[in-house]
Design a protein around this ligand. Structure first.
Ligand SMILES: [Zn+2]
Length: 261
């Protein structure tokens, strides 16, 4: 879409008052929302309206996508880019929503299996849709603090993919940040891989030890969902992600929560 047309459309979307029932969905479903400052809440409300309007939403497995689902998923996705730009998700055309976990089918070359299908609660496809289980997205939105959030995870993959590679390194500002990123991420990834190999309990989900891309997605989940713990136990990783996301979620203590507006 031409940029002036897009800007004009966005202005029209934001000129309307924020629907009161959408505010109720944020209040009921998105626990992270109440931890934000008033300015952050206002930006999130604007961003999520644009996100809801510009994405194609498709229900799968018999699900009909409701406004509640759109608002809840959009709020979590937009929280990731609150310090960046909503255009970071321009390459995600569609959100597919299943009622619960779904099956990713196997891929074949002739009769050979080249990709083993498996059960999933989320999937991010390069320049394609993000696929989510509503049951899991809702439960994790309502009860944060477990370090797991499928919406954060899949949209972190989308940020990672912005430079064309799925390698755990999204586009960064400069060489200095890139060098620091590689240094901190590789050390933290190795640390998780060793702990995971030994079966030790860790703050970061062992799934992050699969590869660098999964590590970035898992670290993002923890950064937004258990920021205080991450800052205490992985201070360098926390600072790195704070610089990238331009947010400091550990500073948003639940005690200083703003009344939800
Ligand atoms: Zn993943």
């Amino acid at each position: 879409m031409f940029s002036w047309l897009k800007d004009n459309r966005r202005r029209q979307i934001l000129a309307k008052p924020f629907p009161p029932e959408w505010l109720a969905y944020l209040r009921q479903n998105v626990a992270h929302y109440s931890c934000l400052s008033e300015a952050e809440q206002a930006k999130l409300r604007d961003d999520l309206r644009i996100f809801v309007a510009e994405k194609r939403w498709e229900g799968c497995g018999g699900l009909e996508v409701s406004d509640e689902m759109k608002v809840t998923i959009a709020a979590l996705a937009c929280l990731l880019v609150l310090g960046l730009h909503i255009d970071s998700f321009n390459r995600v055309p569609t959100i597919l929503v299943y009622p619960r976990g779904f099956q990713i089918p196997s891929k074949y070359h002739g009769t050979d299996v080249i990709f083993e299908g498996h059960a999933a609660i989320g999937q991010a496809i390069y320049r394609g849709p993000v696929i989510l289980s509503w049951e899991d997205a809702l439960a994790e939105a309502r009860q944060p603090g477990g370090g797991i959030n499928v919406v954060f995870h899949e949209f972190a993959h989308e940020l990672d993919m912005l430079n064309g590679a799925v390698d755990g390194t999204p586009p960064l500002d400069n060489d200095q940040q890139t060098a620091r990123w590689q240094r901190v991420m590789s050390r933290e990834f190795d640390r998780l891989a060793v702990a995971s190999g030994r079966g030790r309990a860790t703050l970061l989900d062992h799934y992050g030890a699969h590869n660098e891309a999964e590590f970035f997605a898992v670290a993002t989940e923890c950064f937004f969902d258990q920021p205080g713990e991450m800052q205490r136990r992985h201070p360098r990783l926390y600072d790195l992600l704070k610089g990238y996301y331009r947010q400091d979620p550990a500073a948003r203590s639940p005690q200083s929560r703003n009344p939800v507006s």
